[in-house]
Design a protein around this ligand. Structure first.
Ligand SMILES: [Zn+2]
Ligand SMILES: [Zn+2]
Length: 320
């Protein structure tokens, strides 16, 4: 079973995205790239060098439903005459215009994001949305943890690796312990958790960092020899990356707690102190990062949270 990485341009700050072509019966594409003419042209060229075309694709598998990964899914499915699209059911919140959801707005309000900033985030998001066609439930088959995507020769095992998003999935080829990990594992940057409603109870927030740490440990438990990420080069030394991530996460925890004043602070205020001068594009990611760390610290009993005027205010429990 041949895994062929294809790099596609994106209009996003993160740069090119990697999609993976499995040239094996049934021909399978893992992630699709954003819905832009440039990404589609690069994908067609990648397929052509593998001796294939969009028509040959029978299965489109999504690591998660961010625009840079899923944008072309619907048009490719249509062009490939109803190829099957697979995505984890916990990606629902992400599949269709996620900032439109009332739940997401409530989460941002509770995190202390001022109304005008929420409006700015929505405007920016309206722009991002053009890079993906939304996928309705009826269009998708479900990825289930532990299931196998079978091929004429070999299989890929679905590993649910929530954290970056609730429904993020990775794919393991057991024979040589190769993992395709989407944005769960990236060589140069730690993946950003995105503030999301809990997929089971949307009135709550998804505990992204706690889930992410479990997912990282799970990937590690397979002792991968090679990990293909959603962006950047493949990772040969997962152990080094794992330890580096844990160190960065610990340092970020310490700084997040360090900027909480005695009077307490909202996640928004913490994000402003952690990332001063962050531009509009990144303020949503910055507050997501702050929320993830504060939630985690609270679940570890390091800080307390209470509601005040509809906003969550975090307080340190001691001065150490
Ligand atoms: Zn992503
Ligand atoms: Zn990505």
């Amino acid at each position: 079973m041949k895994i062929i990485p294809i790099s596609l341009p994106t209009p996003f700050y993160i740069g090119p995205v990697n999609v993976y072509l499995i040239k094996e019966d049934p021909v399978t594409l893992i992630d699709t790239g954003p819905k832009t003419p440039a990404a589609l042209a690069a994908l067609r060229a990648g397929l052509r060098s593998a001796g294939l075309s969009v028509n040959n694709i029978r299965r489109i598998v999504l690591t998660h439903a961010h625009e840079d990964h899923c944008g072309l899914a619907r048009s490719l499915r249509d062009e490939a005459k109803d190829a099957d699209v697979y995505v984890h059911s916990w990606e629902t919140g992400h599949r269709a215009s996620r900032l439109e959801h009332e739940e997401s707005l409530h989460l941002l309000q509770r995190a202390g994001v001022p109304a005008e900033e929420i409006q700015a985030m929505r405007r920016l998001y309206d722009d991002v949305r053009q890079y993906a066609d939304s996928l309705e439930d009826g269009h998708c088959r479900e990825l289930v943890d532990g299931d196998e995507l079978e091929f004429a020769a070999g299989a890929l095992r679905v590993i649910h690796t929530p954290g970056h998003t609730p429904g993020s999935c990775s794919f393991l080829r057991e024979a040589d312990r190769t993992i395709i990990a989407g944005d769960c594992v990236l060589k140069r940057i730690t993946p950003n958790p995105v503030v999301s409603p809990d997929p089971i109870d949307p009135s709550r927030r998804f505990r992204s960092l706690a889930e992410y740490l479990v997912s990282l440990a799970r990937v590690r438990s397979f002792a991968p020899t090679l990990v293909f990420g959603g962006h950047g080069e493949p990772i040969h030394d997962f152990e080094e990356l794992f330890n580096r991530y844990l160190k960065l996460i610990r340092e970020r925890q310490t700084s997040a707690l360090g900027v909480i004043p005695k009077t307490g602070a909202t996640a928004w205020e913490v994000s402003r102190s952690l990332f001063p001068g962050v531009d509009d594009v990144h303020s949503f990611l910055a507050v997501s990062e702050a929320v993830a760390h504060l939630d985690y610290a609270e679940s570890e009993g390091k800080i307390a949270v209470e509601m005040s005027d509809g906003r969550e205010v975090y307080r340190r429990l001691s001065d150490d």
